[in-house]
Design a protein around this ligand. Structure first.
Ligand code: NAP
Length: 282
């Protein structure tokens, strides 16, 4: 069996077109959705990410501001900027690009963002909303993964889902979203002794590890949905995921490529969250 590709670029284009229409409708009523992106320091990867986020806003009719600061910016100054953006009526979403320089406590920074503007969904309040099943802004990457799974038409109810990775930004919220969709969820991590034992039972596997070839063909149940969050480089320096794509594709039923799977959906769901915040939906 050769798996069907889950095309994140196409799905992303479709969702972004809808976001553009809703943003225009909102702007016509005098409330153009606005995102503030803060970058501290000059990490090259972070610079690319923030540029892509700001460009995506411009392409879909959202207002955005990019604030760049030297790596020496004092923590108090960053917190003061967030406070000002919390009070700015033209800004509905605030994102501080991680990682931050070592002298800045990322928890303090995340908690300084008003919950209604926490478009990354990383704050304790947003995480609590997700955990308790309350509405709120969901972390963009797992939110995008859910949209990718939904696009297959497979009902998650009663399915076995395995999430590999337990970070606060991807693995844990992913597990909660799958649970909310009535899947039976197992979370694996670096101390899981036999990863394959779990993944072989899974109807859905989400790999969010950051190590290539973590999921190989012998670890996958035939017909399973495989979502590859990983972003790694192979020996030729090309972008690749956590999944041995060529081999797993011959076993799985559905699979996301890297690039062109989860990546484009992450920025798309950030736009969706900014729109949601601007619309005043919880
Ligand atoms: P992270 O914070 O480093 O977490 C990685 C997780 O993988 C940890 O929970 C770790 O377990 C687990 N792990 C490590 N080795 C393992 C192993 N051998 N078997 C099973 N689990 C193992 O990374 P992250 O932020 O969640 O990101 C994961 C990957 O997704 C990275 O490649 C990142 O670049 C990518 N990513 C992509 C997007 C996108 O838009 N495409 C967005 C976010 C992240 P412990 O907790 O036990 O250490």
């Amino acid at each position: 069996m050769t798996a069907q590709l889950i095309d994140g670029t196409a799905l992303s284009r479709h969702i972004r077109a809808q976001i553009g229409e809703r943003a225009a409708a909102l702007a016509a009523r005098g409330r153009r959705p606005g995102l503030a992106v803060i970058l501290v320091g000059d990490d090259p990867a972070s610079s690319v990410y923030v540029r892509n986020k700001v460009k995506a806003c411009a392409d879909h009719g959202l207002h955005s501001v990019l604030e760049k600061y030297e790596a020496t910016l004092p923590q108090a100054a960053l917190l003061a900027r967030i406070e000002a953006l919390n009070a700015d009526p033209a800004i509905h979403g605030i994102l501080v690009q991680m990682p931050l320089p070592r002298h800045i406590d990322p928890h303090k920074v995340i908690e300084a963002i008003a919950t209604a503007k926490d478009v990354d969904g990383f704050s304790v309040h947003s995480a609590g909303n997700l955990m308790t099943g309350l509405p709120g802004l969901r972390p963009a990457t797992p939110y995008g993964c859910m949209k990718l799974i939904e696009s297959t038409g497979i009902d998650l109810k009663g399915r076995n889902a395995v999430v590999i990775g337990r970070s606060n930004t991807v693995g844990k919220p992913m597990a909660l979203l799958l649970l909310q969709a009535n899947a039976t969820v197992t979370v694996c991590h670096s101390a899981t002794p036999d990863l394959a034992l779990h993944t072989r039972q899974a109807d859905v596997v989400v790999a969010a590890v950051g190590r290539r070839n973590t999921l190989t063909a012998d670890m996958v149940k035939p017909g399973a949905v495989v979502i590859d969050v990983g972003m790694n480089r192979n020996d030729e320096g090309k972008l690749c995921g956590d999944v041995d794509f060529a081999a797993v594709r011959e076993v799985a039923g559905w699979i996301t490529p890297v690039p062109g799977g989860v990546g484009p959906m992450t920025i798309t769901m950030l736009l969706a969250n900014t729109l949601q915040a601007a619309e005043g939906r919880p």
